[in-house]
Design a binder for this molecule. Sequence first.
Ligand code: NDP
Length: 256
Amino acid sequence: MSHPLFDVTGRTALVTGSSRGIGLALARGLVQAGCAVMLNGRDPERLAAAAGELAEAGPGPVHTVPFDVTDAGSVTAGVARAEELAGPIDILVNNAGAQLRAPLQDFSDGDWHRLLDTNLTSAFLVGREVARRMLPRGHGKIVNVCSLQSEVVRPGIAPYAATKGALKMLTKGMCADWGPHGIQVNGLGPGYIATELTAPLRADERFDAWVRGRTPAGRWGRTEDLVGALLFLVSPASDFVGGQVLYVDGGMTSVL
Ligand code: NDP
C-alpha cells in the first residue's frame, strides 16, 4: 500500500503543454496516481491523440482543454472550460514552454518576445487565473516547470535562461502572495531530458557527448524521471515546502 502522505486520489489537475514530452509524462503520472487530468496545448488533434494514449493509463479520467497559454483571453476561457469539465482545479502544473537558441547578438525581437510569452507570461496568466479560483477555496498546489537553466547558463541560450531564471523568482513570489491563503507553489527543474524540444541537441554528436559526460548520472533524462518529484510536490508529503525548485537533472546543476 502506498504511503498516505503521497495520496492524491480524486484531485483534479490541469497540466499546460501536455500534448507531448514532459507535460504528457507528468499528466500520465497524475492519471496513474488517481487524479482527473486536463491536458492542454494549442493543437486539438494532437491533444485528442494524447488523451487516447492516457485513457488506459490509470483510474483517473482525462479531458482536453485546448488553449494558448500566452493569450489572456484564451487562458480565462480555457480555465473556465477546464472547471466546467472536471470541477475545481486542485493542482496546476505550468509546463508549456519553448526553447530557441542563438547568440544574443543574433537574437531577434520577435524570438525574445515569443520566449518571454511562452515561458514566463504564460505561468503568470494561467497561475493568476487558477489562483483567483483557488484563493476563495483556501487550498491548491501549483508547480512551475523551471529548468537547469534557472540556475546556470551556457553560450547561446541566454534568453531561455533569462525566462527560466525569472520563472524561479515568479515561483517564489507566488509562494509569498498565495502561500498565506493555502496555495502552495514550487518549481520543478528538469535537466537535459529527451523530448522533441531537445531532439536537435541529441542529434548533435558533440552536444550529446557533452551532456553524457557532464551529467553525473551519465545519461539524458527520460520524461518519466520527473514524475516522482512532481507527485511529491503536489501531495501532502510536501505541505511545508514552499517557493523551492526541485532539480531533477542527474546531478548536473551541482557540477556545471
Ligand atoms: P516540447 O516542445 O516537447 O513540448 C512543449 C509543449 O508545450 C507541447 O505540448 C506544446 O503543444 C505546448 N505549448 C507550447 N506553446 C504553447 C502555447 N502557447 N500554449 C499552449 N501550449 C503550448 O517540450 P518539453 O516537453 O521538452 O518541455 C516542457 C517544459 O519543460 C518546457 O517548459 C521546457 O522549457 C521545460 N524543460 C525542458 C527540458 C528538456 O530538456 N526537454 C529541460 C528543462 C526544462 P503545442 O505546440 O501543440 O501547443
